[in-house]
Design a protein. Sequence first.
Length: 189
Amino acid sequence: MTPDLSRNLNALGTLAVSLVLLLAYIYQLTLYELPCPLCLLQRVGFVAVGVGLGLNLLYGARPRHYALMLIAALFGISVSVRQILLHIVPGTGHYGSPVLGYHYYTWAAICFFLILLGTAIMLMFDRQYADDTSDQPRFGGSTLAKAAFFIMLGLAALNAISTLLECGPGICADPPTDYKLIDELGTNN
Protein backbone atom coordinates (compact mmCIF):
# COMPACT_ATOMS: atom_id res chain seq x y z
CA MET A 1 0.00 0.00 0.00
CA THR A 2 1.41 3.35 -0.99
CA PRO A 3 1.52 6.29 1.44
CA ASP A 4 -0.98 8.18 -0.75
CA LEU A 5 -3.47 5.32 -0.67
CA SER A 6 -2.97 5.05 3.08
CA ARG A 7 -3.64 8.78 3.47
CA ASN A 8 -6.82 8.53 1.39
CA LEU A 9 -8.05 5.52 3.37
CA ASN A 10 -7.34 7.36 6.61
CA ALA A 11 -9.26 10.36 5.26
CA LEU A 12 -12.23 8.14 4.41
CA GLY A 13 -12.02 6.60 7.88
CA THR A 14 -12.01 10.07 9.41
CA LEU A 15 -15.10 10.99 7.40
CA ALA A 16 -16.83 7.76 8.49
CA VAL A 17 -16.14 8.48 12.18
CA SER A 18 -17.26 12.07 11.62
CA LEU A 19 -20.52 10.80 10.13
CA VAL A 20 -21.18 8.67 13.23
CA LEU A 21 -20.64 11.71 15.47
CA LEU A 22 -22.69 13.94 13.18
CA LEU A 23 -25.65 11.55 13.31
CA ALA A 24 -25.43 11.51 17.11
CA TYR A 25 -25.49 15.33 17.15
CA ILE A 26 -28.47 15.39 14.78
CA TYR A 27 -30.40 13.14 17.16
CA GLN A 28 -29.31 15.27 20.10
CA LEU A 29 -30.30 18.59 18.57
CA THR A 30 -33.38 17.71 16.50
CA LEU A 31 -35.03 15.08 18.71
CA TYR A 32 -33.70 16.59 21.95
CA GLU A 33 -32.25 13.22 22.97
CA LEU A 34 -29.48 14.22 25.33
CA PRO A 35 -26.70 11.65 25.52
CA CYS A 36 -26.34 9.70 28.74
CA PRO A 37 -22.94 9.50 30.48
CA LEU A 38 -22.13 6.19 28.74
CA CYS A 39 -23.11 7.73 25.39
CA LEU A 40 -20.74 10.62 26.09
CA LEU A 41 -17.94 8.13 26.79
CA GLN A 42 -18.67 6.42 23.47
CA ARG A 43 -18.35 9.79 21.76
CA VAL A 44 -15.00 10.25 23.51
CA GLY A 45 -13.95 6.91 22.01
CA PHE A 46 -14.96 8.05 18.53
CA VAL A 47 -13.14 11.37 18.97
CA ALA A 48 -10.02 9.50 20.16
CA VAL A 49 -10.19 7.26 17.07
CA GLY A 50 -10.47 10.48 15.06
CA VAL A 51 -7.34 11.81 16.79
CA GLY A 52 -5.40 8.73 15.65
CA LEU A 53 -6.70 9.13 12.12
CA GLY A 54 -5.92 12.86 12.23
CA LEU A 55 -2.35 12.14 13.33
CA ASN A 56 -2.00 9.84 10.33
CA LEU A 57 -3.25 12.63 8.08
CA LEU A 58 -1.00 15.22 9.68
CA TYR A 59 2.25 13.27 10.14
CA GLY A 60 1.79 10.30 7.82
CA ALA A 61 0.84 6.77 8.82
CA ARG A 62 2.63 5.47 11.91
CA PRO A 63 2.10 2.29 13.93
CA ARG A 64 1.76 4.38 17.11
CA HIS A 65 -1.15 6.30 15.57
CA TYR A 66 -2.85 3.03 14.73
CA ALA A 67 -2.13 1.85 18.29
CA LEU A 68 -3.95 4.92 19.61
CA MET A 69 -6.90 4.04 17.39
CA LEU A 70 -6.90 0.45 18.67
CA ILE A 71 -6.84 1.58 22.30
CA ALA A 72 -9.62 4.11 21.64
CA ALA A 73 -11.75 1.51 19.85
CA LEU A 74 -11.22 -1.01 22.67
CA PHE A 75 -12.31 1.65 25.15
CA GLY A 76 -15.34 2.52 23.01
CA ILE A 77 -16.44 -1.05 22.45
CA SER A 78 -16.13 -1.84 26.16
CA VAL A 79 -18.37 1.11 27.05
CA SER A 80 -20.83 0.17 24.29
CA VAL A 81 -21.02 -3.47 25.35
CA ARG A 82 -21.52 -2.40 28.96
CA GLN A 83 -24.49 -0.29 27.91
CA ILE A 84 -25.88 -3.11 25.76
CA LEU A 85 -25.66 -5.45 28.75
CA LEU A 86 -27.47 -2.90 30.93
CA HIS A 87 -30.42 -2.87 28.53
CA ILE A 88 -30.45 -6.44 27.23
CA VAL A 89 -32.62 -7.86 30.01
CA PRO A 90 -36.32 -7.70 29.08
CA GLY A 91 -38.18 -5.01 30.97
CA THR A 92 -35.16 -2.84 31.70
CA GLY A 93 -35.99 -0.37 28.96
CA HIS A 94 -33.59 1.29 26.57
CA TYR A 95 -32.02 4.65 25.97
CA GLY A 96 -32.74 6.77 22.93
CA SER A 97 -34.61 6.11 19.71
CA PRO A 98 -33.71 3.12 17.57
CA VAL A 99 -32.00 3.65 14.22
CA LEU A 100 -32.75 0.88 11.72
CA GLY A 101 -33.88 -1.31 14.63
CA TYR A 102 -30.82 -0.82 16.85
CA HIS A 103 -30.03 1.79 19.46
CA TYR A 104 -27.03 4.11 19.23
CA TYR A 105 -24.97 2.06 21.70
CA THR A 106 -25.45 -1.10 19.62
CA TRP A 107 -24.43 0.75 16.47
CA ALA A 108 -21.46 2.16 18.38
CA ALA A 109 -20.33 -1.36 19.32
CA ILE A 110 -20.62 -2.44 15.68
CA CYS A 111 -18.68 0.63 14.51
CA PHE A 112 -15.94 0.14 17.11
CA PHE A 113 -15.62 -3.50 16.03
CA LEU A 114 -15.25 -2.39 12.41
CA ILE A 115 -12.65 0.19 13.48
CA LEU A 116 -10.68 -2.53 15.29
CA LEU A 117 -10.85 -4.76 12.22
CA GLY A 118 -9.95 -1.99 9.76
CA THR A 119 -7.08 -0.73 11.88
CA ALA A 120 -5.63 -4.22 12.26
CA ILE A 121 -5.80 -4.69 8.49
CA MET A 122 -4.11 -1.31 7.89
CA LEU A 123 -1.27 -2.31 10.24
CA MET A 124 -0.40 -5.22 7.95
CA PHE A 125 0.77 -2.97 5.11
CA ASP A 126 4.36 -1.93 5.86
CA ARG A 127 5.02 0.14 2.73
CA GLN A 128 2.79 2.94 3.98
CA TYR A 129 5.45 3.73 6.63
CA ALA A 130 8.51 3.65 4.34
CA ASP A 131 8.00 7.02 2.67
CA ASP A 132 8.65 9.44 5.51
CA THR A 133 10.59 9.07 8.74
CA SER A 134 10.31 12.71 9.81
CA ASP A 135 8.19 13.65 12.82
CA GLN A 136 7.58 17.12 11.42
CA PRO A 137 3.99 17.95 10.46
CA ARG A 138 3.52 17.64 6.72
CA PHE A 139 -0.07 18.56 6.22
CA GLY A 140 -0.11 18.19 2.50
CA GLY A 141 -1.94 15.69 0.47
CA SER A 142 -5.38 15.72 -0.97
CA THR A 143 -8.23 18.09 -0.36
CA LEU A 144 -10.13 15.06 0.95
CA ALA A 145 -7.54 14.58 3.71
CA LYS A 146 -7.65 18.25 4.69
CA ALA A 147 -11.45 18.38 4.68
CA ALA A 148 -11.69 15.19 6.75
CA PHE A 149 -9.17 16.54 9.27
CA PHE A 150 -10.99 19.83 9.79
CA ILE A 151 -14.45 18.23 9.89
CA MET A 152 -13.24 15.89 12.64
CA LEU A 153 -11.59 18.79 14.47
CA GLY A 154 -14.86 20.75 14.39
CA LEU A 155 -16.89 17.79 15.61
CA ALA A 156 -14.43 17.19 18.45
CA ALA A 157 -14.82 20.83 19.51
CA LEU A 158 -18.61 20.51 19.25
CA ASN A 159 -18.42 17.41 21.46
CA ALA A 160 -16.50 19.31 24.14
CA ILE A 161 -18.90 22.27 24.03
CA SER A 162 -22.10 20.19 24.07
CA THR A 163 -20.79 18.05 26.94
CA LEU A 164 -19.91 21.17 28.94
CA LEU A 165 -23.38 22.60 28.29
CA GLU A 166 -25.06 19.33 29.25
CA CYS A 167 -23.03 18.50 32.35
CA GLY A 168 -21.55 21.78 33.48
CA PRO A 169 -18.24 21.53 35.32
CA GLY A 170 -19.49 18.63 37.48
CA ILE A 171 -20.76 15.11 37.05
CA CYS A 172 -23.32 14.45 34.32
CA ALA A 173 -26.88 13.61 35.30
CA ASP A 174 -28.10 10.10 34.54
CA PRO A 175 -30.45 10.31 32.72
CA PRO A 176 -29.94 13.88 31.53
CA THR A 177 -33.08 15.98 31.26
CA ASP A 178 -31.72 19.35 30.18
CA TYR A 179 -28.60 21.37 29.56
CA LYS A 180 -27.36 21.85 33.11
CA LEU A 181 -24.96 24.74 32.46
CA ILE A 182 -27.54 26.75 30.49
CA ASP A 183 -30.12 26.23 33.24
CA GLU A 184 -27.65 27.23 35.97
CA LEU A 185 -26.64 30.37 34.09
CA GLY A 186 -30.31 31.21 33.48
CA THR A 187 -31.28 30.88 37.15
CA ASN A 188 -28.38 33.03 38.34
CA ASN A 189 -29.64 36.09 36.43
